[in-house]
Ligand binder design. Sequence first.
Ligand code: PRP
Ligand code: URA
Length: 209
Amino acid sequence: MSLLHVINHPMVQHKLTIMRDKNTGSKDFRELLNEISLLMGYEVTRDIPLEDVEIETPICKMTAREVSGRKLAIVPILRAGLGMVEGLHTLVPVAKVGHIGLYRNEETHEPVEYYCKLPEDIQDRLVIVTDPMLATGGSACDAISMLKKKGCRNIRLMCLVSVPEGIKKVQNEHPDVDIYTAAVDDCLNENAYIVPGLGDAGDRIFGTK
Ligand code: PRP
Ligand code: URA
């Protein structure tokens, strides 16, 4: 069974509260998502292995620690997952970025694929899939399946707000994928929106409504 990591750091919670507020505009929403993504990235990468490296400080030689060969890829689920890329990239500037385009059919709530472009060596990388909203879990599960078809074996899912239903679906279909979230909300409404949630993440990031 995959692990569920709830990132309840006070600064993450504080920023998330401002994002949830319906009076927060797109500019602030984007900036806060960016900041939270960097803070969450700190936890998502917490167990990345280190190796010894010999360096020389201005004072003397020393054996220091650096991140070992394992490479990283960030894969946002379009559109809203894009809002979490910059923060992670600030933390890991050498990470490559792939894109998976999925949108939910408004009636069935099933994800529909429309784009996929991934780094050539994606199967050799630790992949962090980003999407602020884990609702029914359909989009996350499809994106993870697409990555597995390309040979990825080391995948983590980073979202902002989730619900038990979506978490359960990911854990059932992809028990090898750990989930990182800043909040586990109550439930889904009749339109499969998260309650209380923060509304439509894509629209709030890009100002489309
Ligand atoms: C939203 C969100 C997730 C998906 C979550 O995307 O960004 O990708 O819904 O819902 P699920 O867990 O029920 O699949 P949306 O389809 O609204 O597309 P957008 O990001 O392009 O607005
Ligand atoms: N997608 C969103 O953007 N928000 C939700 O609450 C559910 C799916």
